[in-house]
Ligand binder design. Sequence first.
Ligand code: FAD
Ligand code: SF4
Length: 439
Amino acid sequence: MDHWTDSFFLLLPYLLAATTVTAAYLALQRRREKAALAELAQSEALGLNEPPSLHPVIDPHRCIGSAGCVPACPEGALGIVQGKAVLINAAACIGHGACKPACPVDAIRLVFGTEKRGVDIPELSPQFETNVPGLFIAGELGGMGLIRKAVEQGRQAMEVIRKRKGPAGAGDELDVLIVGAGPAGLSAGLAAMQHKMRYRLIEQEDSLGGAVYHYPRNKIAMTAPVVLPLIGKVKMGEIQKEKLLEFWNGVVAKTGLQIAYQERMDGLAADGEGFVVTTNRGTLRARSVLLAIGRRGTPRKLDVPGEASAKVVYKLVDAEQYRGQHMLVVGGGDSALEAALALAEQPGTTVTLSYRSEAFSRVKQKNRDRVQSAAADGTLRLALSSSVKRIDADTVTLKTAQGEERLPNDAVVVCAGGVLPTPLLQAAGVRFATKHGTA
Ligand SMILES: Cc1cc2nc3c(=O)[nH]c(=O)nc-3n(C[C@H](O)[C@H](O)[C@H](O)COP(=O)(O)OP(=O)(O)OC[C@H]3O[C@@H](n4cnc5c(N)ncnc54)[C@H](O)[C@@H]3O)c2cc1C
Ligand code: SF4
């Protein structure tokens, strides 16, 4: 054997190993690309390919397909298609921007809105003040959707408000009214306590946490250490939703922060040096108002007789509590379908899912399939093309194509989406800019 043949046989195992690794890598890439294409096709078919808020736009001329952004996105919103990064599941993008720093060639820009769908962002000064003097905004409503940012902005905005506050208001006028007890409002409330301000913190729901309260069960939130007024630096990284809520409830118990739960701001108007805010409980006067209300809005109501009953809820928290009951779920989105399915799994519970259209359109295929098979095997009853006419103590009345139908009923879960705060704020004079794909 000559020298070349010797070398060839010596290198052969390495060549084989390298070929096997390359073939396995390419096969994996192909499988991933196939999965990404399927996800993209599904979100386009379901009309779920419009990102709700801040989201990445990838420059295809710069992108080298390194895929660094794909695992960096904790929501699984990105994939590689034809060698380039693509937002394959736009509806899942929550805009925390973890993808941007993960790109080695800086091919990602974070923008609001798309050509088709504009996103309204209030115009704010660097001090978080709107164009209405004394009216401030912190957190996601201002455009930046992150727990850490919301906490920081709540604290910083309160610093500004404290310095601006001027002489104490007369009578029952508050120094500041904080609306919303999500991350921004909680941090602002603690800052108001720290600065011994006359504050009131109102929250429309029965729990603190804001968007976090609505995360799916056991969801891991990705965040970073934050400085909380009265508490100091809190080391946070990846934390389960339930643990995060437990932590905040502990902070409230420890500090004595007062939160007026189930109090919803319904209107806001400037009045002299301050503001008059109407809520479902009455009227409040405040020198300054800090809106920390996020972008989810207020649950959409059905506006039917009997809706004020305590048996009507706008979010399913614990399906088990409805064991053995007659339930009506109203809505045609993923949250309605998921609520109906969770209830239908409870022993002895009967579930009717009422939706005004004749088919579910913008929902995940998995939910649609599960609802259809539950309807086929009689685990839940579908009332498509129906609407709620009235709610009584032990019954609900549905209006259907065949006429009216009265069903036995113990509780109603309404999942009909949210009413965005934009019109309410515009009525108060707040200026918004509509973004169509700009930062
Ligand atoms: C599914 C999902 C996953 C996410 N994952 C992460 C993550 O891993 N890491 C991360 O950093 N961020 C994550 N985010 C984003 C993060 O949760 C939000 O950016 C953050 O909660 C914004 O805080 P906020 O206080 O501005 O608003 P919100 O959390 O939305 O809180 C606003 C509060 O105001 C209340 N409110 C609204 N209107 C009124 C009214 N009229 N009257 C009284 N109260 C009112 C609401 O009920 C709510 O409690 C995620 C978001 C979603 C939807
Ligand atoms: S902004 Fe966040 S959720 Fe959206 S694609 Fe980037 S990492 Fe994923």
